[in-house]
Design a protein around this ligand. Sequence first.
Ligand code: ATP
Length: 202
Amino acid sequence: MTQLDVSDLAVERGGRLILSDVSFVLRAGELIVLTGLNGAGKSTLLRAVAGLLPRSEGAIRLVPDEPPMAEACHYFGHLDALKPSLSVADNLGLWTRVAGAPGLAVEEALARIGLDALADLPAAYLSAGQRRRVGFARLLLVRRPIWLLDEPTSALDTEAEQVFGALLGQHLASGGSAIVATHRPLPIEAATVLRLGAGGIA
Ligand SMILES: Nc1ncnc2c1ncn2[C@@H]1O[C@H](COP(=O)(O)OP(=O)(O)OP(=O)(O)O)[C@@H](O)[C@H]1O
């Protein structure tokens, strides 16, 4: 069971302080929902936790401190990270090679998100919502305890939202945890809501 401790985090972008004094704990099995106006710093916080942005102050640590942060977190951002000329299944095959405990096989992951019929389609032909759904399949290929999800339900229809809610629910029930940045209500109860305001937690 992995816990994430963030303390006194400050992040600058382009020489401007975007976040300061951000502290919270994400426990195993917990879901934190990040809210706040456009530009409040939700994506910045997720990217800093994922190690994709440097912090100017503070600490981000795992308890216990294994695996390394890069192997403990799945970061699901605005970009879908798909190679357009590869099929859906081949795109997912690339993700089975990233570090972490092996999860589902590609076919199983596609079946779980209801896209098995599209396995051989070039990713270039996917709709916006289908691309997001392939991103969910990616989360299942390699098991990592912490999911960092940026607007995961954008472009989803209501059925896909329910599928996402079920996947997230199973992840939490098995001791995983997640931070989800969103402007929309999620199809799952969140114990903790962190609202970001000017420069930090509001
Ligand atoms: N590369 C960058 N250089 C300088 N400033 C940046 C950079 N990227 C983002 N910012 C600024 O950081 C601030 C926070 O942006 P961020 O994307 O984290 O907000 P957000 O809360 O996720 O917004 P939204 O709800 O619109 O997705 C914004 O003021 C943005 O202009």
